[in-house]
Design a protein around this ligand. Structure first.
Ligand code: BG6
Length: 509
């Protein structure tokens, strides 16, 4: 059951959902994510009165952290959405924070945690409901899931509830994702398993649904009859910044494409779901992943470009190359950039290429989906002859400068029939004023409410890995080149050539 209270920010307009009392345990709470994202998100929810009236958060990690609450406060001071942190709000929120250290393989530590949670139930009224958040290095996920089961900490009913949020990466290939799904299924039902991808928590990503399915204007054009091609870009202006050790194991395909990019690709491409409900939405997303045309071994070389940044500069400062980063092997072949062309083999998208690129150390931070429509037939105006017009482009700016822009042709004022592109712009900032919640706020709240619409389902994760695995197989077999690009450039030349071969070019957002 959930209580419905008016939203204090938009009184009278919207009703907010407040979850049942619960405790949340963060495994791996000494890590960066807890301090940068999770605690600031919980603090903001608390401040907006969206957390249950009885709530507690327990950090659990291997090392002793006597100053856990103070560290979390420092995290909120630095990263909370609205700063400065409100002293009165913080003080009552902080009453619910505690920390327990223990080894992830030590059953006794889980039993201590269980006892602690039972104490919190009595003291704070959290009534046995639990959200466990796995934010440790992924190799511990199976162990923690098993131990939670062994310690009898997973309720199989719905009241009280136990839900487990599993941070990305969910596996590193199809086989490991399957194994993790099996381990999770041994202790949890699918509706208790919340595979998080923070891109789904972004307002702009959710707005793809609304743009497509709450407007009569776009959907009739959303198909191969009118769309020439689609470009998806995730550009980051920073390098790996101290995460070299992690990145060596991951690479940009595992870090960004398999999860984040595939999330907005599937939302952009899916058929309308029967309902805005977890399984209906995820069925449609999964169908898209299953319709991705698998690369044959020889396709990988012609359809996928991998790159790695070398020393360069950004904003006038010298920047080191990837191989000079801490934790990176001198001869590393890990990709920090990837560009690829793919096809979705279904009726809607037959013949429409999708071009994806993701990279670190590019000239600017920008995430966008650009839908380029087919060019209209040539225009013949007056004596000037043929007028070439640029095709319409609908671009959805996921971040920053969140918004949507539609480029169309307009007559230049004057005596001649000159045509130039102009844009219609929507900007979140100017239209709504208020700053949107952080992705983690929305997702944590949804989990507490038992809504997994914005979480990845097990078969969906497997379907994306099944397709992605082919890329790694292709690279291993062909020993494909890792093209270099200087820090601060738009990626390797081979990525431009990938589109040039089709008579197209990347946008420069
Ligand atoms: C994370 C990746 O999942 O997403 C990082 O591991 C990446 O490498 C980050 O920088 C990007 O997230 P955002 O929200 O800043 O776009």
């Amino acid at each position: 059951m959930q209580t419905v209270v008016p939203n204090p920010l938009r009184e009278g307009l919207v009703e907010q959902r407040v979850p049942e009392p619960c405790s949340m345990v963060i495994f791996g709470a000494s890590g960066d994510l807890t301090k940068r994202k999770l605690l600031p998100a919980l603090y903001s929810l608390y401040r907006d009165r969206l957390l249950p009236h009885a709530f507690s958060v327990v950090g659990f990690a291997r090392r002793a952290l006597p100053a856990f609450t103070a560290e979390m406060r420092a995290g909120c001071d630095q990263f909370a959405r609205r700063r400065p942190v409100d002293e009165a709000v913080w003080s009552s929120f902080a009453d619910g924070i505690s920390y327990i250290d223990g080894a992830f393989d030590d059953l006794a530590a889980y039993l201590r945690l269980k006892e602690h949670l039972a104490m919190l139930d009595r003291a704070r009224g959290t009534i046995g409901n639990r959200v466990f958040y796995l934010s440790t290095p992924p190799s511990y996920y199976p162990l923690i899931l098993q131990k939670l089961g062994e310690a009898g900490m997973i309720s199989d009913g719905t009241r009280p509830f136990t839900r487990v949020i599993i941070e990305k990466p969910f596996g590193r290939d199809l086989e490991s994702a399957r194994a993790l799904n099996r381990t999770a299924a041994a202790v949890l039902r699918e509706d208790q398993t919340y595979r998080i991808d923070h891109y789904l928590g972004k307002e702009t990503v959710q707005n793809i649904f609304v743009l497509r399915f709450a407007n009569a204007l776009f959907e009739p054009l959303w198909n191969s009859k009118y769309i020439d091609h689609v470009q998806l870009t995730v550009a980051e202006a920073i390098g790996v910044e101290g995460r070299g050790g992690y990145f060596e194991e991951a690479g940009i395909v595992r870090d960004m494409v398999q999860n984040h990019m595939f999330q907005f690709l599937t939302l952009m491409a899916m058929e309308p779901p029967n309902a805005f409900e977890a399984n209906a939405v995820r069925d449609e997303k999964t169908k898209i992943l299953r319709a991705l045309r698998p690369y044959r071994r020889e396709d990988v070389a012609t359809h996928v470009v991998r790159g790695q940044y070398t020393p360069g500069s950004a904003l006038g400062q010298r920047k080191i190359g990837y191989r000079d980063e801490k934790g990176v092997a001198a001869g590393s072949r890990t990709e920090t950039y990837v560009a690829m062309k793919l096809h979705i083999d279904n009726w809607r998208w037959s013949g429409v290429p999708f071009y994806l690129r993701a990279g670190k150390a590019l000239p600017k931070r920008v995430t966008e989906i650009a839908i380029q429509f087919k060019a209209p037939p040539p225009l013949f105006f007056g004596a000037t002859g043929r007028t070439v017009v640029e095709p319409n482009v609908l671009s959805i700016r996921i971040q920053p400068d969140e918004g949507i822009s539609l480029k169309f042709a307009s007559k230049v004022p004057g005596q001649s029939m000159e045509v130039l592109p102009v844009a219609m712009e929507f900007r979140y900032g100017s239209s709504f004023g208020a700053e949107p919640p952080e992705a983690y706020e929305r997702l944590i709240l949804d989990c507490m409410l038992g809504d997994s619409t914005l979480y990845t389902r097990g078969d969906e994760a497997e379907a994306s890995w099944r397709w992605i695995d082919r890329i790694f197989e292709g690279w291993t077999e062909s020993n494909a080149e890792v093209a270099e690009y200087p820090f601060g450039s738009w990626g390797p030349e081979a990525a431009d050539a990938l589109l040039a071969r089709d008579g197209r070019a990347w946008r420069r957002p």
